[in-house]
Design a protein. Structure first.
Length: 151
């Protein structure tokens, strides 16, 4: 259903995801809007091939940054799957690319990315991915030479 609606809206020059985002602000439509967002994300994951940068960005934008379990959410899991298909050659590249994307996304929304990662290392379900993302972030900063690696 999400794909059919998305195609209908996009064909008529209306941004489907933007409409759904606005619908999450209204108590009468929030439940349906979230279900449709999740359906759209699932359909993007089911598509074969390398996802476009726009699809990855759209999925990233749908991740709730205020969620106490960001790294354990189904939306984050979908983001990881899409990024994995895009950066399938090297796990280090994958986590570095995700750390950069997530760091930028958090900063843009005035949420502390490193604080979220630190909290995620305290949860047994997310500690592995949190540590990989911390390492990816450090590698990206070293490449940029914005900070020195901690020894």
């Amino acid at each position: 259903m999400a794909i059919d609606l998305g195609n209908h809206y996009d064909k008529n020059n209306v941004d489907f995801l933007e409409m759904l985002e606005k619908s999450t602000k209204d108590a009468a439509t929030i439940g349906v809007a979230i279900e449709l967002q999740d359906g759209w994300i699932r359909s993007m994951v089911k598509k074969t091939g390398v996802p476009t940068d726009k699809v990855i960005k759209d999925v990233l934008n749908l991740i709730n940054l205020d969620d106490n379990n960001v790294l354990g959410s189904s939306r984050f899991e979908a983001y990881v799957k899409l990024m994995g298909r895009k950066h399938a050659t090297n796990a280090n590249d994958l986590y570095q690319a995700m750390a950069i994307d997530l760091g930028n996304h958090y900063d843009k929304n005035n949420v502390d990315f490193l604080e979220m990662l630190e909290k995620s290392t305290k949860d047994a379900a997310t500690i592995g991915v949190a540590i990989e993302l911390q390492d990816g972030w450090i590698r990206s900063m070293v490449k940029k030479r914005e900070c020195l690696p901690i020894k």
